[in-house]
Design a protein around this ligand. Structure first.
Ligand code: FAD
Ligand code: PYC
Length: 415
């Protein structure tokens, strides 16, 4: 793989950009792989990348029914933060956030990580108490956050109205090194690096069955034929329940649509990310100038990757008291993705009843930020067959044992 650099851009400029090679190969599937990963979203691709980088396992196929990054990875609003409450969550989200800091260099691909700062507004007394508690917990966990007052909120984000009649801004949980990254670049960067290690990314290939013998997976059936494998990793977000069904077990997860929308592009007016969880809305400004806006999940289970009018109305209505300027904006586009939500709003990175089959899912509304940390932990689980320190608490047996990792507040998005 040729390195991307300022020199390469200059060289290609003088030869009319004829020398760029394809970023990743599109091979036909081989008969057999050491590891088959189902799902070429961020988590599947990151799992493959760290299998290669940390464990030298490169005879890997990543099987994708659509196009890579075309699931939630390419549909999310790209907020990155690690201000969670519980220790296992803080550990994996902070690992992920720290990997984002150097991701562009590690992948030789510009993922446009922008640590512009993320604030979660406190608009009720109970939110003040909750976020102060999180700030204290984060201090013990080595995650840098602070609780700030309303004047500081206004300094950081001048377009905010802190004196709203119903929900005044009383403060915020502020993470200065949280931010955003370009979502599809994350998928593309990992894909390019995986392809360079000799892994096969097979798009437009749906897994339709999980073949088993004596309690172990022997391969998968796909729309491009049967593929054998030593180990299977299922990393399919909103389709986790379906794949688990094919493998013969059930998951404590449900699938719902989460929607987002963007406004027409406007001049730069907001250089932080703001989440207003009491009213169910959040907003940031993209590099193109669009205001990126989202709210809570749909109130019913579904598999549609579409937006709906009621969502625009509800979300904009929720935010307009705090951001009066959005009442004058035209909304441009909306969309939805299918998120996989667990009862405690924490993910599973887990062994399954089938010895050589592993599952990563349940990231729900908040798994873009965790992609590198999750891939790191999942690669360790798949390579060693046992969870490492980052994933030990996230096994699905916790739902039987009552060891919940309750992140219903830190998840930020109403569901
Ligand atoms: P995906 O990217 O969905 O990848 C799974 C892949 O599996 C898909 O490409 C799918 O086609 C494939 N697949 C499914 N079934 C099969 C099959 N049978 N065979 C082969 N392939 C299959 N998170 C944040 O941290 N910050 C945010 O700001 C944020 N905002 C969001 C906003 C919206 C509107 C949405 C929808 C989500 C948001 N999220 C956010 C959540 C985040 O997008 C997801 O948690 C994360 O992208 C999940 O990544 P993934 O790789 O697990 O899933
Ligand atoms: O997890 O930070 C988050 C988030 C914001 C919007 C959707 N998810």
């Amino acid at each position: 793989m040729k390195r991307y650099s300022a020199f390469a851009v200059a060289r290609e400029a003088v030869r009319y950009h004829q020398g760029w090679e394809r970023a990743w190969a599109s091979p036909q599937p081989k008969k057999r792989y050491d590891v088959v990963i189902v799902g070429a979203g961020g988590h599947g691709l990151a799992t493959a990348f760290y299998l290669g980088k940390n464990f030298g396992i490169t005879n890997v196929a990543i099987i994708e029914k659509g196009w890579l990054g075309g699931g939630n990875t390419g549909r999310n609003t790209t907020i990155i933060r690690s201000n969670y409450l519980q220790d296992p969550s803080a550990a994996i989200y902070e690992k992920a956030r720290s990997l984002y800091e150097t991701m562009s260099q590690d992948l030789n691909y510009n993922v446009m990580f922008s640590p512009r700062g993320v604030m979660m507004l406190a608009q009720t007394q109970s939110e003040i108490r909750g976020y102060e508690r999180t700030a204290h917990a984060n201090a013990y966990q080595g995650v840098t956050t602070e609780f700030i007052g309303p004047q500081r909120v206004k300094e950081l984000c001048p377009i905010i109205n802190i004196d709203g009649p119903r929900y005044p801004v009383l403060g915020a949980l502020w993470q200065a090194r949280g931010g955003t990254a370009r979502h599809d670049a994350v998928a593309w960067g990992y894909a390019r690096a995986c392809s360079d290690m000799g892994m096969d990314i097979i798009q437009k290939c749906e897994v339709t069955g999980v073949r088993q013998n004596a309690g172990k997976v022997v391969g998968v059936d796909t729309t491009k034929g049967a593929i054998d494998c030593e180990k299977l990793a299922i990393v399919v977000a909103g389709h986790s329940g379906e794949l688990a069904g094919m493998a013969g077990f059930r998951l404590p997860m449900e699938s719902v649509a989460l929607q987002a929308l963007v406004s027409e592009p406007i001049k730069p007016c907001m250089d932080v990310v703001v989440m207003a969880n009491t009213v169910h809305g959040y907003m940031s400004q993209s590099d193109k100038g669009e205001m990126v806006i989202g709210g809570g999940t749909d109130g019913f289970n579904n598999y549609t990757q579409r937006g709906s009018f009621h969502h625009i109305e509800e979300t904009v209505r929720a935010l307009v008291e705090t951001f009066p300027m959005i009442s004058r904006l035209k909304m441009l586009r909306q969309w939805g993705g299918i998120v996989d939500v667990t009862g405690d709003r924490s993910p599973v990175i887990t062994k399954t009843p089938l010895g050589n089959c592993f599952m990563n899912g349940g990231w729900g509304t908040g798994g873009f930020k965790s992609i590198p940390g999750s891939g790191w932990a999942m690669a360790e689980l798949v390579a060693k067959g046992e969870p490492g320190p980052l994933s030990a608490a996230f096994g699905m047996e916790r739902f039987k044992e009552g060891r919940f990792i309750d992140e219903s507040v830190a998840a930020g998005v109403a569901h």
